[in-house]
Write a protein that binds this ligand. Sequence first.
Ligand code: SF4
Length: 197
Amino acid sequence: MTIDELRDQAAECTRCDLYRNATATVFGEGAEHARLVVVGEQPGDQEDRQGRPFVGPAGALLDRAFVDAGIDRGSLYVTNAVKHFKWTPRGKRRLHQTPNRTEVVACSAWLTAELQTVTPELVVALGATAGKALLGPTFRVTKQRGQVVPATIGDWDGSVVGTIHPSAILRLEDPDEREDAYGGFVDDLRTAAAWSA
Ligand code: SF4
């Protein structure tokens, strides 16, 4: 099956309740046989409206980090562990809510299918939700970030490296803390780039 065929199937997915309040399934996109796949948590408000992953503020930071880490975004496949936006209303805004384990497990069939199709050398897990989806519920981003570990997911055999999610950097209010966190994030991406070169 191709990524386009998987995307068409996922557009109709009702495997968990998250499709009810979201605009559309936001499937992965990018190079169909990328050596490096990047997995985030779930689409945000902008991604939900545009139907594409990493097109909001976190995506802009991620693009900047790719440049600083020497990674060509065109060579990558980017996706999320969960394909529908989970949110709660706050006035006129839609506030992000972390998907629960049941939702992550329900959506893992799509992530597995993406990995089996793209067959990357290495997957970068952005944040705890993606790390747990790929490496199991004991994954701790604070302890395991930057460590490349072997992983088997469905029929895909490869490796996974965890790091923080760019949204976590954007939430930091102190400029120095934010710059430090960004530097560590770029270092982790450099590790991934070197490993998968
Ligand atoms: S979040 Fe995933 S499993 Fe749930 S309905 Fe959307 S595509 Fe299906």
